[in-house]
Design a protein around this ligand. Structure first.
Ligand code: ATP
Ligand code: MG
Length: 561
């Protein structure tokens, strides 16, 4: 989509307003702040497209910042995957940052807060603290440690840092207001003891800052002007502002937090925690399983970066949560692949056809266009011979006039080849057709005359020459969840809605031009859908994933012949 042509979204309006009110354009700065506790999913694509889109629109830097405050759940594997995915989507970040780079600064600020009487070490158990929290309508109770002296707090906090205490023995809390109507303001925890190595700081620290203390301050350190996050952080805004007030210097840019709605996609889940369950329980083969709504899963499925960006741009951002139908995502990949994917022929459910009057042993290499909508895509040749495969569904012994495929006594064109006529068929003991005997019209060869001089028939079928066909494993995917919104049921776990038939593996017979296909090559199997080469392919064995079916197969084939 032409980015400057569309209407401004509400976040862009906020930025415009700030510029009108005198905020200097040079100070605009954005960031995309993933927590490296899983792979990016299609929901993240909205946030990426928003933040990097703002960077492009205003020629402002966009940082990629990993909010890596929880060593228990974070791993280098996730950092690498996130970088790979953002890059693959086509975005460049200004600098790569880590919240863990700011651990020292955050610690120093926490010490200042203690000195100012604005933070204290609480030595209660987490259960005791939870009991004192109160309810939204009832004030909480002060911890007995809230009146600890500055000196004692400083000494204990330092002890926490030096590893003198066990996990859970002490925490550092902000001293705000236990009666605040916003429960998040009731003396939130800033630090906890965690004797865990961190994927970047290793064992340097055994206290870790909480996300709420880290996130807003990291934006401030990076001088992010507009700190954009999803709606669940709206109630946190007050707390982030309180934390900022403690360290803010008026000469600096003060990040402005604004919230937008999470994007949910139908028939799947977009939560790293839930996606992790699918991986850990073996429901899928990994984070990049082509059924996953992760960026790497979609990539492996055959999606293009353009199609995901166009999808994210089209749905834009919203102020309220809603469910986007997965068919809209499929529409975008079809639209893009229709432009860029070469057409090839493959038969996935083969039925043998013998052209009885075609000379045995003869092979003709027929010219085939790679993309009817794009002349520059050129052409290739496909071998034609006496023994062919067509799809089982393309033949019936008898059928009414509306059946434009092959029936006994009827004619069809073989794509790029001849018109054939079904004369007879052979059946097995169960009455299943095992072979169709046909004759052909030697004067009907595609491309052998002008468009007008060629005889026309209603139906066109794809096919492959049996002798030349290459066998491939073809993985057909269905929705991973049978339910439209699996994680919104009150009394049922989302795992109960997993579709047990989301993967079907079959053998396909492909035209030989695909012999050299490489992982991630995307093609259209004519009349069947878009497919791409899976990285599981080896030199001897190609593996294809079905990206998406064609919507209106027949309309398309009819138009062209
Ligand atoms: P998850 O629940 O999947 O772990 P998260 O919000 O915890 O999501 P982060 O790594 O913290 O994941 O997300 C990075 C950024 O992407 C955040 O600004 C977050 O608000 C945004 N984001 C995450 N999920 C979505 C979504 N479904 N739609 C839009 N933005 C999202
Ligand atoms: Mg998170």
């Amino acid at each position: 989509m032409n980015d400057t042509a569309r209407a401004l979204n509400f976040i862009e309006h906020i930025v415009e307003e700030d510029l009108e009110n005198g905020f200097s354009k040079e100070h605009l700065r954005f960031r995309f702040p993933p927590e490296p506790n899983g792979y990016l999913h299609i929901g993240h694509a909205s946030s990426i497209s928003l933040n990097f889109g703002l960077g492009l629109r205003y020629k402002a830097p966009v940082n990629l910042r990993f909010d890596d405050t929880n060593p228990a759940k974070e791993e280098q594997e996730f950092v690498d995957a996130i970088k790979r995915d953002v890059q693959w989507l086509g975005y460049d970040w200004n600098t790569e940052r880590y919240a863990s780079d700011y651990f020292q600064q955050l610690y120093d600020w926490a010490v200042e807060l203690i000195k100012d009487g604005k933070a204290y070490v609480d030595s209660q158990t987490s259960e005791e603290m939870a009991e004192q929290k109160g309810t939204p309508t009832e004030a909480g109770k002060d911890s007995s440690f809230r009146i600890r002296s500055v000196e004692e707090n400083l000494e204990l906090f330092e002890g926490m840092k030096e590893g003198k205490f066990q996990e859970g023995e002490h925490v550092l809390r902000a001293k705000i207001d236990m009666a605040a109507s916003n429960m998040l303001m009731r003396d939130p925890i800033m630090y906890r003891v965690l004797h865990r190595p961190h994927h970047r700081t290793n064992t340097d620290w055994c206290i870790y800052p909480m996300y709420d203390w880290t996130h807003g301050e990291s934006d401030y350190i990076e001088q992010v002007s507009h700190s954009l996050c999803t709606l669940e952080f709206l109630p946190h805004r007050e707390l982030y502002n309180w934390f900022l007030d403690q360290v803010y210097d008026e000469k600096q840019v003060r990040p402005k937090q604004r919230e937008f709605a999470r994007r949910n996609l139908s028939h799947t889940v977009v939560s790293k925690r839930k996606l992790l369950q699918l991986v850990e329980k073996g429901v899928v083969k990994g984070w990049d399983d082509p059924r996953m709504p992760t960026i790497s899963g979609l990539r492996r499925r055959g999606y293009t970066p353009e199609s995901i960006r166009n999808f994210a741009d089209t749905i834009g951002i919203a102020k309220r949560e809603n469910l986007i139908d997965v068919s809209l995502l499929e529409f975008h990949v079809r639209e893009h692949l229709n432009k860029v994917a070469p057409r090839v022929m493959a038969v996935l459910d083969p039925l043998k056809v013998i052209i009885t009057d075609y000379p045995e042993g003869e092979v003709e290499w027929l010219e085939a266009e790679n993309n009817p909508g794009d002349e520059s895509a050129g052409s290739r040749t496909v071998p034609f011979s006496r023994d062919l495969y067509i799809e089982k569904a393309d033949f019936r012994e008898e059928a009414n006039r509306k059946f434009f495929r092959l029936k006994l006594g009827g004619e069809v064109r073989l794509k790029n080849g001849y018109i054939i006529k079904a004369e007879s068929c052979t059946k097995d003991d169960n009455g299943n057709v095992t072979e169709v005997q046909c004759t052909y019209d030697p004067k009907s060869k595609s491309g052998s005359g002008t468009e007008e001089s060629l005889r026309k028939v209603k139906g066109t079928l794809h096919w492959v020459s049996i002798e030349h066909a290459i066998k491939a494993e073809v993985r057909l995917y269905d929705r991973l969840f049978a339910d439209e919104s699996p994680d919104t049921h009150k009394d049922k776990d989302f795992m109960e809605f997993v579709n047990p038939d989301s993967l079907k593996v079959i053998t396909g017979y492909l035209e030989p031009s695909l012999k050299e296909a490489k992982a991630e090559d995307r093609v259209q199997f004519q009349r069947l859908g878009y497919f791409c080469v899976d990285p599981d392919s080896t030199p001897g064995k190609l593996v294809f994933n079905r990206t998406v079916g064609l919507r209106d197969t027949w309309a398309k084939v009819q138009q062209k012949d």
